[in-house]
Every structure is written in structure tokens, then in C-alpha cells.
Design a binder for this molecule. Structure first.
Ligand SMILES: Nc1ncnc2c1ncn2[C@@H]1O[C@H](COP(=O)(O)OP(=O)(O)OP(=O)(O)O)[C@@H](O)[C@H]1O
Ligand SMILES: [Mg+2]
Length: 129
């Protein structure tokens, strides 16, 4: 990675917009800002909705890594009982689309486990590379 930036946000839904602005401002003219904003939006929403990051006093971290050919968007959460997984595309249920959208637009994505949480990351190809 050539450069890396990181910022912590309070674990509330309203902060997801701030996470989007953070990524958009960083990637402005460095690309691929649109996909990166979509990815951080879904990941931050998941952190707040599905993990302890969304409980009182919770937080999530956004890490943006800029490589030669790729941009990595990573959201670190505070963990909990649920585990990130791709939902069945044929399911009639509402929801379950966020990680599928990320899988569709990312070159690669994955989950890392930490002692007190997880991070979900996605690598996007730089348009300008
Ligand atoms: N950071 C996370 N930690 C723990 N579990 C997660 C995390 N992100 C997602 N999950 C689990 O994976 C499932 C799929 O996530 P996904 O974002 O695809 O769908 P969703 O959040 O349920 O709905 P949508 O994103 O369409 O509003 C979630 O329902 C949740 O159970
Ligand atoms: Mg989601």
C-alpha cells in the first residue's frame, strides 16, 4: 500500500454518511470513488446494524488503503454473535444484498477476525491505474 488512512466513527446510523464523505474526499481524483463510497456505506451500515459497534458507546473504524492498482476499503467492527456471510440470491427475504453488491463490484473481499471484533474488506480496481 502506498498510503493508508484511518478514522473512527461513533457506532450510530447517522455516522454512515460521514464515513461516505470521508472516503469520497480521500479518493477524489484518486478513484474509484463511486464504488468505494458504496462499499463503505454497506460495510459501515453492517457494522452498526449487526455488531456491538451499534451498541451504546460503540464505534467502527474505516481504513482506506491506496495501492498501485487497488483501493482497499476496510471497516473494523466490535464483533458479536453474527458472522458476515453472503445471503442466498434466490431468497425472497428483504435485505441480504449488501455483501452481494460488494462481491459483485470488488476484485476480492473478505473477513478478518480480531480478538474483539472483525473487519470486512474489499479491494477495488483503480480506474486510473
Ligand atoms: N460486520 C458484520 N459482522 C457480523 N455479521 C455481519 C456483518 N456484516 C454482515 N453480517 C451478517 O451477514 C448478513 C448479510 O449481510 P448483508 O449486508 O449482505 O445483508 P443485510 O445487512 O442483512 O441486508 P442489506 O445489506 O441488504 O440491507 C447479515 O444479515 C448479517 O447477519
Ligand atoms: Mg448489509
Amino acid at each position: 500500500m502506498r498510503s493508508r488512512w484511518c478514522r473512527a466513527f461513533p457506532g450510530v446510523a447517522e455516522e454512515v454518511a460521514h464515513a461516505r464523505h470521508f472516503v469520497a474526499a480521500l479518493l477524489h481524483e484518486r478513484g474509484p470513488a463511486e464504488d468505494a463510497v458504496l462499499v463503505v456505506s454497506e460495510l459501515a451500515t453492517n457494522a452498526v446494524r449487526h455488531t456491538l459497534s451499534g451498541s451504546a458507546g460503540g464505534w467502527f473504524l474505516v481504513v482506506v488503503g491506496l495501492g498501485e492498482d487497488l483501493v482497499r476499503i476496510e471497516v473494523v467492527d466490535q464483533g458479536g454473535r453474527r458472522v458476515p456471510h453472503l445471503c442466498d440470491a434466490t431468497s425472497e427475504e428483504e435485505g441480504g444484498r449488501g455483501l452481494r453488491m460488494i462481491a459483485a463490484c470488488a476484485k476480492d473481499w473478505g473477513v478478518k477476525s480480531w480478538p474483539d471484533g472483525r473487519s470486512v474488506w474489499a479491494d477495488l480496481v483503480r480506474e486510473d491505474a
